[in-house]
Design a protein around this ligand. Structure first.
Ligand code: SF4
Ligand code: SF4
Length: 148
């Protein structure tokens, strides 16, 4: 589902237990809760644990109900923004990462010539970690707090 709905928008990371991987719980976000979503990253195999990074948009109350529905179905939800960090001491604002950042979470502020990191736009795709010459970008896949 790719139609954009104006208003509330969040990027979330979902972890699916094996018993949920074969069920259409994400499709039901649209069917039952009137939400739109873009799949930014997926790692799903039948009968195994899986993960999805989703950009969800719609009304905030529908989003809250959608999250409750996912949790009722055993899906662990983490804001993608809790998974990515920039080491401000290491970053030298070279700009290499900005060309690979699809969500524009990393961008050059033309006034200051510094690279700005907008964590709320980040999808935790990890592309920046592959190109940063000083390893300033860190994606932590394990230690993020679950969304309540
Ligand atoms: S590639 Fe690394 S050092 Fe360069 S701007 Fe991006 S985070 Fe900073
Ligand atoms: S992980 Fe890096 S490249 Fe991917 S969206 Fe976040 S800041 Fe951009």
């Amino acid at each position: 589902m790719t139609d954009e709905v104006p208003g509330f928008r969040k990027i979330i990371y979902l972890s699916f237990p094996p018993e949920t991987c074969g069920r259409p719980v994400v499709c039901n976000l649209a069917m039952l809760h009137n939400l739109s979503f873009n799949i930014l990253k997926a790692d799903i195999s039948p009968r195994h644990e899986g993960s999805l990074t989703l950009e969800v948009s719609g009304r905030e109350d529908d989003y809250r109900k959608g999250l409750s529905y996912l949790k009722e179905n055993g899906v662990k939800i983490t804001p993608a923004s809790q998974k990515v960090f920039r080491d401000e001491d290491l970053c030298m604002h070279c700009g290499v990462c900005t060309s690979l950042c699809r969500t524009k979470a990393l961008s050059v502020d033309m006034a200051t010539r510094r690279v700005v990191f907008d964590v709320e736009r980040c999808s935790a795709c990890g592309m920046c970690t592959r190109v940063c010459p000083v390893h300033a970008m860190i994606v932590d896949m394990d230690d993020a707090d679950e969304l309540n």
